[in-house]
Design a protein around this ligand. Structure first.
Ligand code: CA
Length: 186
């Protein structure tokens, strides 16, 4: 095979492999590849305060790394979150965003939202809202939300936590192993 054709084919396969998939889904990759303990995860954006990629926390779900919300350190009432834009999904197709969550038993945040938004952010296309009461143990559980992709085939997967309205703020929430199921049953 001619080298140029081979290179084009490889590039095509790479694009097909990355289309419609969440990058760094288990938070194992640091944003700074020279620092394995980098608190920022590659490919994920955060908003608000006190999001950290943790490399040594327990309980683990898969691998040593996870995304964590340090709720006990939060002093502002504003919600905080993390998200990633995903492109290349067929339009008008069912899509389900899932992620594993583990909350400290004494965590007293108000709500945790799992969202699918338009790419770039905005009013959610779908959201599931969980309260402290529904997550009050340290077991990992998978939470998910589903919708139909817009004509652009581009979405944002997002997690948003609203901290306790008053003080003290207690506990932490851990996240791991995000996934996107395309074309399955809603
Ligand atoms: Ca992980």
């Amino acid at each position: 095979m001619k080298p140029l054709l081979h290179a084009l084919l490889l590039a095509g396969f790479a694009a097909a492999a990355s289309a419609g998939t969440i990058r760094n889904p288990s938070f194992e990759e640091p944003a700074d590849t020279n620092r394995a303990d980098c608190a920022q995860a590659a490919d994920w954006e955060t908003s608000g305060t006190w999001w950290r990629r943790e490399t040594g926390w327990q309980p683990r779900h898969w691998g040593p790394c996870m995304m964590a919300y340090h709720h006990w350190r939060v002093t502002e009432p504003a919600p905080s979150g993390f998200h990633q834009d995903v492109s290349g999904i067929p339009p008008n197709t069912s899509v389900r965003f899932s992620i594993f969550v583990s909350s400290d038993a004494d965590a007293n945040f108000q709500t945790l939202e799992i969202r699918i938004e338009p790419q770039g952010g905005g009013a959610p296309l779908a959201a599931q809202v969980l309260t402290t009461k529904s997550l009050k143990d340290t077991d990992w559980r998978q939470v998910s939300v589903a919708t139909i992709t817009p004509p652009s085939g581009a979405i944002r997967v997002a997690v948003l936590v609203s901290p306790a309205a008053g003080h003290p703020h207690r506990g932490a929430i851990r996240f791991d192993d995000a996934s996107l199921d395309i074309g399955g049953n809603r």
